[in-house]
Ligand binder design. Sequence first.
Ligand code: TTP
Ligand code: MG
Length: 362
Amino acid sequence: MSRIVLHCDLDCFFAAVEIRDNPQLKGKPVIIGADPKEGKGRGVISTCNYEARKYGLHSAMPISQAYRRCPHGFYLKPNGNKYFKVSNEVMDILEKYSDNFQRVGTDEAYLELTEITKDFEEAEKITKEIQEEVLKKIGITISIGIAPTKSLAKIASDENKPNGITIVKPETVYEFLKDMDITRIPGIGKKTKVYFYKKGIKKIGDIINTPLPTMIKLFGKHGRWIWNVANGLDNRKVKEFHEERKSISAERTFFSDTDKFNEILSKFEDINKKIHKSILKHQITYKTITLKIRFEGFVTYTRSRTLPFHIQDEKYVLTIILELFKEFSNHKKKVRLVGIKLSNLERNQRARQTNLISFSYI
Ligand code: TTP
Ligand code: MG
């Protein structure tokens, strides 16, 4: 089964925050960066919105040049503290969707969904939810790529900006990449590309059609990396599983909100199975079991139980979850999402298989 990796990248981040806070700027060219001083200013653009990009403006362009191209634009000074705060708020949202999360800089993050989704269709649903939640709670848009590797996901998130979702399945990797300019590969910038162009390599398809030994001969180690990316080979993990990992969790949204116990039960079983696959693989034991439930309208509850010692027992987790769920069984609203989280983890300790009888005193 293919991995499912998300790369999330906010759209014209700094500019988006300023437009959110001053809606009159909406639809106008907005440039964040140095003061243009009517064309005499020094310094560069940090970022600009898509309206400004129509004039050829982009990050790192000298502000004086920007002013010549777009004198009627709205030029604002960056407010780093504000962006940092907003970035943290966005990351808090993203992190909830998978423990296997990696923040990259201020406006990007990877999420590994391999262990918590069954296919790309389900990943797409989660992706839409992420976009909706970020827009609703933070008020800005985010573009997301879904692909079998980190590098493909990153290329994909840039494909359909702003507010886009781009899915690259294993069978569409070649089609997706072949006609792209090589600068779409992270690590090939305007300067590096010249070396590749000189050898007749302009499109990613050209890299794919060049044998690996030739790439290594021409471009050394970098050539190998580029060739791997172009061929969809990149096994970098989003997050190494290590001792600091605090929990393992998964959640699922219903196709349509439901109040049918059987549907809810089967979702819990599904999620629990997924989590335990990973639990077994990494030889983890856990002490705390948490139920998460969201009703229509986004109201969300969590309920936890902590056991007296570490266990590894799929059936027992389900029993606890159903016990915790009882509290909500007569809730008037329909259920939108359910999730399970196992925390208080320990590794490399021989798992204690339990049966329900041994817990009857709890
Ligand atoms: P990016 O994600 O590269 O750019 P962006 O979010 O503005 O636009 P896009 O929609 O294409 O993703 O960078 C994130 C923020 O980092 C950006 O809003 C401003 C800041 N930044 C700089 O200050 N200088 C730079 O040269 C770049 C590239 C970004
Ligand atoms: Mg961005």
